[in-house]
Write a protein that binds this ligand. Structure first.
Ligand code: PGA
Ligand code: ZN
Length: 417
């Protein structure tokens, strides 16, 4: 049974305050989880709780720490730590809002995840095994965000992520090597073509060259793969994060010099798919355009991933499924605020033939519950940046899990395989 829930104000990779929550049981089990934080957020996400005072420009989480220790701790005391649903239901009732604005989505996310980590400890299993039970066996294919733009970098590119996606590989160790070798060649190419400053990285550890056309990013990434000896072994993906270059007043999208209307943007995606091995497009249109997203899902081969579109919310996903919008779910636990709801969204996605991509946030810590969750859910895909410790630790954890699974480990089959 849960004995105590405590929290500490720590800082994430942006030196932004966040929560580290610890759950202890009467039997001596213990679990800790750090809470991630987005910047390029969807408007329908669970609301974060921040202090709004003079510390950290208002971004402190001392209020959330106090809430954990004075309100949540007594409410959860005595509950079975392995009954995740009961814990999350208690959080839900205590919060009493539709958007988690009273306790804070960051607060509930931390408590919910720390509960699962403590439960895994209580039953003596690694988290991926506790979450996945007997089904564990496949490892997610990573999408490497090698060139950044949008809200997460000052490159000049409108699309937020330009991803290299390994195809036909057999193991995590192989894809990590493929990415590492290609990434370093890409750095050299950028330095030759532009200047050494292009090697500076954005929030997810991808490069930030002074380019404005996504086709240049694709050409450079593919050239680097070729030169590294991996021609044909990588496909391409983007996270357009289109809400962030959409102007609601004119209804246009600022991708290139001349703004696109919706039809022109849809055509642009079709042209990109014709010209490049583009297999994945996340948030191609602004977050409320389910119709346009459905049109694109029908007309393109590439998978269409919903991030800001669905915000890991079973209700929004259900809506999207009914209208045929997208065919993959981006899963971010803190968008919805509890593990139970995130698992519900994953389940709903799977039952309706949607692929599953477990995702980092731009603000996070080296806590590897993310890699564990991706394996535990048998997600076919994981998105966790490229360099910087809080990203590479996820790859390192996947390498450990791959070794632990031994012969039982296989790389999953996303739709492009
Ligand atoms: P975020 O960005 O964590 O800032 O929301 C990542 C993404 O859009 O996928
Ligand atoms: Zn996104």
């Amino acid at each position: 049974a849960i004995e105590s829930v405590s929290a500490l104000e720590i800082v994430d990779c942006r030196l932004d305050p966040t929560l580290r929550v610890t759950v202890r049981t009467a039997g001596g089990a213990c679990g800790t989880a750090d809470v991630p934080c987005g910047r390029s957020t969807g408007s329908h996400e669970a609301v974060e709780r921040r202090d709004g005072d003079d510390r950290f420009h208002g971004r402190g989480v001392e209020g959330a720490v106090e809430t954990v220790e004075t309100e949540i701790d007594p409410a959860l005391a005595g509950l079975d730590v392995t009954d995740q649903r009961a814990v999350d239901r208690a959080l839900d009732e205590l919060d009493g809002t539709n958007d988690r604005s009273r306790l804070g989505g960051n607060t509930t996310t931390g408590v919910s995840l720390a509960t699962a980590v403590a439960a895994a400890d209580a039953v003596g299993l690694p988290l991926y095994r506790y979450l996945g039970r007997a089904d564990v066996g496949s490892l997610p294919v990573p999408l490497f965000d090698v060139i950044e733009g949008g809200e997460l970098a000052e490159s000049g590119l409108a699309f937020q992520e330009h991803q290299l996606i390994p195809v036909g590989a057999d193991s995590i160790s192989e894809v990590v090597r493929m990415c590492a070798e290609t990434y370093s060649v890409l750095g050299d190419l950028l330095e030759e073509r532009y200047d050494a400053r292009s090697r500076n990285v954005g929030v997810e550890g991808g490069y930030t060259p002074p380019i404005t056309d996504p086709r240049d990013a694709f050409d450079l990434a593919l050239a680097a793969a070729e030169e590294a000896g991996y021609g044909g072994s990588f496909a391409l993906g983007i996270d357009a994060a289109a809400s962030h270059f959409y102007d609601p007043e004119s209804g246009t999208y600022a991708v290139l010099e001349e703004p696109f209307d919706r039809g022109e943007l849809l055509e642009f995606y079709a042209d990109l798919e014709d010209a490049y091995p583009l297999v994945s497009i996340e948030d191609p249109l602004e977050e409320n355009d389910l119709e346009g997203t459905a049109e694109l899902t029908r007309s393109l081969e590439a998978q269409i991933v919903g991030d800001d579109l669905f915000v890991t919310d079973p209700d929004r996903l259900r809506d999207g499924i009914e209208r045929g919008a997208g065919d993959a779910l981006l899963l971010k636990v803190n968008q919805v605020g509890t593990l139970t709801e995130a698992l519900e969204a994953a389940d709903l996605a799977r039952r309706n033939g949607y692929d599953l991509q477990v995702s980092e946030r731009s603000g996070q810590t080296p806590d590897t519950w993310l890699a564990e969750l991706a394996v535990g859910l048998s997600a076919t895909q994981i998105k966790t940046g490229v360099t910087r410790g809080e990203r590479t630790e996820q790859y390192n954890r996947l390498l450990e899990i791959e070794r632990a699974l031994g012969d039982g480990a296989a790389l999953a089959d996303p739709p492009w395989e």
